[in-house]
Design a protein around this ligand. Structure first.
Ligand SMILES: [Zn+2]
Length: 246
């Protein structure tokens, strides 16, 4: 059987919400659910198990696995990528989602175009949290996006926060931030009909839907280690956690 604190340890690995904001930073429809197989997964070797990380209707199979090359245990997705922090889907805890990822008619420009972000409406001055640990690469005015901050989380993962009323003290290019740290405040600078955060996530330069589950992928198993892992995952079928009631 798994240790009773396995779930807590896994959540701590992926998320470090601001102190006292555990509930708020998760938001009403953004609760992280981890489900485990009741028994350790035999095909994944001793001490390994699979789980499903579920957020709303988006889910990812995650495997706790000991890399036979380094001897280090980590969390991996089905493709063998080592998973770091989970990106907060709602950097404005009490925000109201007013526009999702996809094509829509632009409220200001009046024509249809791709909205490669999610909009979270909230009163002017509402704090905005960094989605994960990273380094600020831009903080300034950026055309229709108004006051915008860009954070590089490493490994090709980037988040951007637009239409801010102001930046938090000390937030400028080159500064390190932690997940859950306040980086600025909601506003309607640039092309905006009302105060909201326009929140964009990119992976390797491509905009992705921020509402889907995204982890910072910290590198991939390779060679025989990857082959062994893939074989173990195939043998497991990813059904252990599913059978446990996900
Ligand atoms: Zn937007």
């Amino acid at each position: 059987m798994l240790a009773a604190n396995s779930e807590t340890a896994a959540i701590d690995h992926f998320v470090s919400p601001p102190e006292g904001e555990t509930e708020a930073s998760s938001g009403p429809d953004d609760r992280m659910k981890l489900s485990y197989a009741a028994e350790e997964t035999p095909s994944l070797a001793a001490g390994a198990f699979d789980m499903v990380v579920k957020l709303g209707d988006s889910k990812v199979n995650v495997y706790r696995y000991r890399d036979p090359d380094t001897g280090k245990t980590g969390y991996f997705d089905a493709e063998g990528y080592r998973l770091g922090q989970y990106l907060l889907r709602n950097p404005v805890p009490d925000g109201r989602r007013t526009s999702g990822f996809g094509n829509r008619r632009h409220p200001v420009l009046g024509y249809s175009r791709m909205h490669a972000a999610v909009d979270w409406a909230a009163p002017v001055g509402t704090p905005i949290y960094a989605a994960a640990d990273g380094v600020v690469t831009f903080s300034g005015k950026h055309g229709g996006e108004g006051r915008m901050t860009v954070i590089d989380h490493g490994h090709g993962c980037e988040t951007a926060y637009s239409h801010q009323s102001r930046f938090a003290d000390g937030i400028k290019a080159g500064v390190k931030v932690r997940q859950g740290e306040v980086i600025g405040y909601v506003g309607q600078s640039g092309l905006a009909t009302g105060p909201h955060l326009h929140y964009a996530v990119s992976v390797n330069g491509r905009k992705v839907d921020p509402m889907k589950v995204h982890f910072v992928r910290e590198g991939r198993l390779s060679g025989t280690a990857l082959a062994k892992f893939e074989k173990a995952v195939a043998a497991d079928g990813g059904n252990h956690a599913a059978a446990a009631g996900v």
